[in-house]
Design a protein around this ligand. Structure first.
Ligand code: SAH
Ligand code: SF4
Ligand code: F3S
Length: 448
């Protein structure tokens, strides 16, 4: 009887991808996935430490699985960025925790489980792997029942923005070879994947340190040639390293979707400097102008932080001004959260919690209006939608995304999954669009 594993995932796409990799790896060791923790023989919590809130989730999650350990002898483990950060401290603090798996230790998971089984020891594996073993992908053996997949092209980060824990928990930037990436994408295409999203903390600096030099734009060019792949996305880009070559790729490469996630973090030059971001408000806006000029339909999303130490009313006004100028399609906004070990943790002029909350609310209200307006502007237009699955809200609906990455719900059944279809947008909402299928004869297909 195969054993069952339940994985709970927090954090970014990189963690989602790591969870999937762990599932594939465990599949080779006679584990199958369960969506019900109660019947699991192994529970893994894949954690994020980018802000205080996600970091704390690990302790409440662990609390929920204590009884499982007592009742069923379930092996309980913590993986991901909190595991890397806390290491043995987690084992000391949580007596029923069996294993801590750092961000470079995923390939060691089968051996770690074997050690637990044989000797019953509690294991903490958080050393950094210099050989890049952790970058090797676990490929799917059979067809996948989904249409899109992440592909890691690099791990870690060398930027050390003063607020950010990521370089401390993911290690230095390391790229995978372009051959390995291309092979993986081909393998995924053969198993039915239509869309790939290339992952890295800063994909624009892809290729640093590789023997055979390939720029990120060149890598995109190679992937664009792969048969079966219909769409390419990537995340995340750092504004400082966004090259003209990459901007041009949006018009040159037919499969590259017209969307870029370009975190700006703040609109104030003073704050950008203490954040150590390496660009100014003006140079950010110039890059946005180039993007809009080269690709007029490009959708823009970003991350922003409010209440960074030293942020005054005027700095915040600059952030709002940048937002109004760019008119983002969507924005992920966060209150600054102090991360131990980062440079900003030493900064003294902290912003009061109340002020941070007020600024966040003001900013989110403004963005809500912009997002809704942008979604409504699409009403009447025909967009190419890749149908990804059945809708969770309605049994009659399927759900997919436009090339600009907006969610579209429409009437349909299983037969549409994996298809690219022209859809007329009939209604734009705050978080999604409603659409209907357009026949190939309908002239509105050309958005005339
Ligand atoms: N590599 C990506 C971002 C990774 S972290 C990039 O450079 O763009 C995702 C987002 O979390 C960041 O863009 C930032 O907006 C937010 N973030 C990171 N550290 C934070 C902190 N200490 N407090 C609040 N938000 C933070
Ligand atoms: Fe963090 Fe900056 Fe690296 Fe992004 S670029 S992961 S924000 S240190
Ligand atoms: Fe969180 Fe680690 Fe991603 S800290 S944002 S899960 S790289």
């Amino acid at each position: 009887m195969p054993k069952r594993v339940y994985i709970e995932t927090y954090g970014c796409q990189m963690n989602e991808h790591d969870s999937e990799q762990m599932l594939r790896l465990l599949g080779h060791c006679d584990y199958s996935e369960t969506k019900d923790a109660k019947e699991a023989d192994l529970v893994l919590i894949n954690t994020c430490s980018v802000r205080e809130k996600p970091e704390h989730k690990v302790y409440s999650a662990l609390g929920r699985y204590k009884w499982l350990k007592e009742k069923r002898g379930t092996i309980v483990g913590v993986a991901g960025c909190v595991a890397q950060q806390e290491g043995n401290k987690l084992l000391e603090r949580v007596p029923y925790l069996d294993v801590v798996i750092g961000t470079h230790a995923i390939p060691m998971l089968p051996q770690i489980l074997q050690r637990i089984k044989v000797s019953g020891e509690r294991v903490c594996e958080t050393s950094y792997d210099q050989d890049g073993e952790y970058l090797k992908a676990v490929l799917p053996g059979k067809s996948l029942d989904k249409v899109k997949s992440y592909v890691t092209i690099m791990q870690g980060c060398d930027h050390f923005c003063s607020f950010c824990i990521v370089p401390h928990v993911r290690g230095r930037e390391k790229s995978r070879s372009s051959q390995e990436i291309i092979e993986e994408v081909k393998h995924l295409a053969e198993r039915g994947i239509k869309e790939v999203c290339l992952l890295g903390q800063n994909v624009n600096s892809y290729g640093k340190g590789l023997k055979e030099k390939t720029s990120f734009s060149e890598l995109l060019g190679h992937i664009d040639q792969i048969e079966g792949i219909k769409r390419i996305r990537f995340t995340t880009s750092h504004p400082k390293d966004l090259s003209e070559e990459l901007i041009q790729a949006f018009t040159k490469l037919p499969k590259l979707c017209e969307h870029i996630h370009l975190p700006f973090q703040s609109g104030s030059d003073r704050i950008l400097k203490t954040m150590h971001r390496g660009y100014t408000k003006e140079s950010y806006l110039e890059k946005i102008e180039r993007l809009k000029k080269v690709c007029s339909s490009i959708a823009l999303t970003a991350d922003v932080i409010v209440g960074f130490p030293g942020e005054e009313e005027e700095d915040f006004r600059q952030t709002l001004d940048l937002m109004e100028k760019v008119q983002f399609d969507d924005l992920f906004s966060f209150k600054y959260s102090l991360r131990k070990g980062t440079r900003a943790a030493q900064f003294e002029d902290k912003v009061e919690e109340k002020v941070k909350q007020e600024r966040l609310s003001i900013l989110q209200e403004i963005q809500k209006r912009i997002t809704l307006k942008k979604n409504q502007e699409l009403e009447g237009r025909v967009e190419e939608v890749l149908v990804e699955g059945l809708s969770k809200q309605s049994a009659q609906d399927v759900t997919g995304r436009t090339r600009s990455n907006k969610i579209v719900n429409l009437k349909g059944d299983l037969s549409l999954i994996g298809k690219l279809i022209p859809i007329r947008i009939v209604q734009g909402y705050a978080h999604s669009l409603r659409g209907e299928i357009v026949s190939a004869q309908d002239p509105s297909i050309y958005n005339l």
